[in-house]
Write a protein that binds this ligand. Structure first.
Ligand code: SAM
Length: 231
């Protein structure tokens, strides 16, 4: 799986992509993550990537041309019915916008089957709407709130998908079964020692008895009952 992040702040990603699961997944060559500076695709000598909104109003809007140039440099494409179409069926272009489809575990499972995802991070007052209309395959939101940019959403989406790729965090058989069912699963609650937590005898917080029973069938039933399924 290759992720291409198109951003105005490439340095933002350095730390996060080079730690923990994402670092290991790249080292194992299970994923490749390219960070692309949108400014490198500006079409003027001042490297301008934003402009005033038509119709007036506050703030600046990320321009269409540098995004078109950046995306075209990454993949083979054709123009079909006036739309940008990647020729490889297992690739997708995602634009982050708070107006998009809300990202969840089920969408992450579907995306985890792709070979390449190009992620466009907006900034300022947003991105020229023609990117959503003609270039992006999907408009994705990570929740009903407004952030400064699409950079955090890109990290969230990359991390969620990467965890689901077999070989990244083990449990591959379990993941395979879940992926083929096309459902999103969020696991059951977990407990660890001590069995009972007493703070100066004021509380007595216990682990559910079933988890200490050693009865694997009953534990599996309890876990199934407590997992969250996203249809
Ligand atoms: N004026 C826009 C509006 O109210 O919809 C907000 C633009 S926001 C300040 C700048 C960029 O951050 C957006 O273009 C988008 O890429 C990203 N962004 C902000 N909130 C987001 C969210 N909840 N999910 C995904 N992307 C988001």
């Amino acid at each position: 799986m290759t992720f291409d992040i198109i951003t105005l702040f490439p340095e933002f990603f350095e730390f996060y992509l080079n730690h923990s699961i994402l670092k290991k997944a790249q080292e194992k060559k299970i994923v490749k993550i390219n960070v692309i500076n949108l400014r490198d695709f500006a079409v003027d000598k001042h490297k301008t990537v934003d402009d005033k909104p038509f119709g007036g109003g506050r703030g600046m809007v990320v321009k269409l041309e540098p995004i078109f140039k950046a995306v075209s440099s990454l993949t083979k494409f054709k123009i079909q019915n006036s739309k940008f179409k990647i020729t490889d069926k297992k690739s997708k272009i995602i634009l982050f916008t708070p107006r998009g489809k809300k990202f969840n575990q089920k969408i992450a499972y579907q995306f985890s089957k792709l070979d390449r995802i190009i992620l466009i991070c907006g900034r300022y007052e947003g991105v020229d709407e023609r990117v959503a209309k003609y270039i992006a395959d999907e408009e994705i939101s990570i929740g009903d709130y407004v952030l400064m940019g699409g950079d955090l959403p890109a990290l969230i989406v990359i991390e969620t998908i990467t965890r689901l790729i077999p070989g990244v965090i083990g449990k591959s058989e379990l993941l395979k079964e879940r992926i083929t069912k096309e459902k999103g699963f969020i696991e059951y609650p977990q407990y660890t020692r001590p069995e009972v937590f007493n703070s100066k005898k004021r509380v007595s917080w216990r682990v559910p008895k079933i988890l200490l029973s050693g009865n694997h069938k009953k534990i599996e039933e309890w876990r199934k009952k407590h997992q969250k399924v996203i249809e």
